[in-house]
Design a protein around this ligand. Sequence first.
Ligand code: AMP
Length: 273
Amino acid sequence: MKILKTINELNAFRNALKGTVGFVPTMGALHNGHLSLIQKSLQENDHTIVSIFVNPTQFLEGEDFHQYPKKTDADIKICSLAGVDALFMPQSDVMYAPLEPSILAPASKAYILEGFARPGHFDGVLRVVLKLLHLSKPTHAYFGKKDAQQLYLIQNMVKTLFLEVNIVPCEIVREEDGLALSSRNIYLDTEQRKEALLLSQSLQTATRAIISGQREIDVIKQEMKEVLRPLHVEYVEILNRDFDTMRTIVLSNTVILVCAKVGQTRLIDNLWI
Ligand code: AMP
């Protein structure tokens, strides 16, 4: 596996490739959720490029940018053993210049939910993803449904900027007990790890309600909030897949999103119905 650190190295590597190229952007501290994206890309493409870049522009002042978990050696081993062709690991000054045009995510969808708590976060996400797509020129790029709003905004960017790449949404990978894998789970102590289960349990409660025929969103949200009561809930929302509000569940066009703080750690989870 090649480790690429500069734009020239990435360009030279990419331009020599023939056939389909899958690209998996990450911030590292890789877990089985990331690995599932990588494996899907390996299965579906002739070549796979993974990037590891903790993107400063998507963190707000006071967030965990400087503490964000780093496991570089383990990440390199995981990618290499998986059969990744190249790992792009740039430094910040490789990706950003002092003067740059702004990229602004559409406000009506980027300042709700995650973007309400983290205003400007998605501008930073789109900015780095656009750069990474330009550089790696993938035929397919893999993103987790775990970050549902991010996935939606990236799909919207690709469509509206006429980018030539297929965005491939990937299922959420969970621990056996239901907790969605996240690099930030390592911040949780034993007690918090148990409390964190309430997020996926609230989604299971919603599933049961829907299976039993409930379609009223307010009723389902109320049931979820009961489950989440012990936590500091930031949002419980049920939207259509364009992130618009609705009153009743429409099967195959619904996403249920939850965010809660466990201790100091913000956790998100969601379910696509
Ligand atoms: P991150 O390193 O957190 O930026 O995540 C990189 C990619 O992995 C994003 O597309 C995430 O949505 C995806 N991802 C993170 N956690 C999971 C998970 N538990 N299941 C599936 N995909 C995930």
